[in-house]
Design a protein around this ligand. Structure first.
Ligand SMILES: Cc1cc2nc3c(=O)[nH]c(=O)nc-3n(C[C@H](O)[C@H](O)[C@H](O)COP(=O)(O)OP(=O)(O)OC[C@H]3O[C@@H](n4cnc5c(N)ncnc54)[C@H](O)[C@@H]3O)c2cc1C
Length: 346
């Protein structure tokens, strides 16, 4: 029997634990039952907030699921977990909506919103829905995820502290590849960068052979670039996008890049702006375990979005599923939430 001065008792109950414990008067007592049994972590004479005591004594809550990343994938997963009654929290340091909050373009690819809907409106809708449906959101950055050997719980460390969970959902998305060129002056990275870059009257080199390079050509042309060349080692863009570019503006094959200049076997192009469209690379917090990935670093998942590590899920653009976009990200979130619900109820 433990006795302390307390008005508040925070107890993490292990499965099957049933027992009365304390006689509480004033102050704060925290008991951590998450490890090998009962462990008295903190007795404080002065009343303190739960958060302050947890931080001081590094006592962690145990969630059924922690979702890391509040883009479309993580937000949808968090919403379904909330509606399914799974004890969970969404961790996002910046803005809910992920790349949709960054994109300056209209999103006309979603059947459920008007074709004129700005991408940031999609992001705002996602955030408003989560708030309206009382989803738990932590404004924090996840620094590290690891798994405890002794009980299989995941430890999720953020800049706000440590939390424990039975399932972890990685939804941290992707970022633009730059090939190390972003340090050169007068560069713009990807379609967000080219939107904001000044290109009227400038000579523009577009580097890359994917859809984004084709779209970047359209954008700088409509902004009045004086000369545009596209350099593509390999062409992966959809035909209709690529065929809009005059063939004499395209160089296919290897090339060298230096400050203000692109040199290929058959031409040298001095440019005022270089647009880097090298695709996307997955973003992950530091992981204390190894996950199976495909050749370009996307996390391999099964049909339930579970990774090679049981209990660890990966959803949205960072996994190895095809057709990354808002719709598939939302769908991934649903699959992961349902799989976790089934585990929690089992
Ligand atoms: C310019 C542009 C235009 C686009 N247009 C369309 C379109 O019209 N239609 C369409 O369907 N798709 C479009 N997309 C793609 C779409 O936005 C993405 O497919 C979608 O956002 C992927 O969602 P996600 O949740 O997987 O990842 P993201 O949207 O990348 O979200 C990942 C989230 O994780 C967070 N995060 C990262 N690291 C951490 C960490 N350590 N701790 C906590 N959180 C972290 C990030 O802050 C971010 O909020 C566009 C993308 C771009 C860039």
């Amino acid at each position: 029997m433990l006795r302390g001065d307390a008005t508040e008792l925070l107890v993490a109950k292990p499965d099957g634990f049933a027992g009365s414990v304390f006689d509480l008067v004033a102050g704060t007592v925290i008991v951590d039952l998450s490890g090998y049994g009962v462990r008295l972590c903190a007795v404080s004479a002065a009343p303190e907030s739960r958060r302050a005591v947890r931080q001081r004594w590094q006592v962690a809550d145990i969630f059924d699921a922690l979702v890391i990343g509040g883009g479309p994938a993580g937000a949808q997963c968090a919403l379904w977990l909330r509606k399914l009654g799974v004890r969970s929290t969404l961790i996002e340091p910046i803005r809910i909506g992920g790349l949709q909050a960054r994109s300056p373009y209209t999103n006309s690819w979603l059947s459920v919103v008007q074709a004129t809907t700005a991408a940031h409106s999609v992001a705002r809708n996602i955030e408003n829905n989560l708030i309206a449906q009382d989803c738990s959101i932590q404004r924090a950055e996840c620094l590290n995820v690891s798994q405890r050997a002794r009980d299989g719980l995941f430890e999720v460390r953020t800049n706000e502290g440590l939390q424990l969970c039975r399932h972890v959902v990685l939804a941290t998305g992707t970022r633009e590849r730059t090939g190390g060129l972003a340090t050169l002056r007068d560069t713009a990275v990807g379609l967000v960068g080219v939107f904001h870059a000044e290109s009227a009257g400038r000579r523009v080199a577009i580097l890359g052979g994917g859809d984004a390079a084709g779209e970047a050509y359209d954008i700088v042309q409509s902004k009045g670039a004086s000369d545009i060349r596209v350099f593509a080692r390999t062409v992966r863009a959809r035909g209709p996008l690529w065929s809009k570019i005059p063939p004499d503006r395209i160089h296919s094959g290897g090339y060298e890049v230096s400050e203000g200049q692109v040199v290929a076997a058959d031409q040298r192009f001095d440019c005022d702006l270089m647009v880097i469209c090298y695709g996307w690379t997955p973003v992950l917090p530091d992981l204390g375990f190894t996950l199976q990935k495909d050749a370009i670093g996307h996390v391999t998942v099964d049909a339930a979005m579970e990774t090679s590590l049981p209990g660890c899920f990966a959803i949205g653009d960072l996994n190895d599923r095809p057709y990354p976009c808002v719709t598939t990200a939302l769908s991934d979130g649903v699959f992961a939430a349902k799989a976790i619900e089934a585990r929690v109820q089992a």
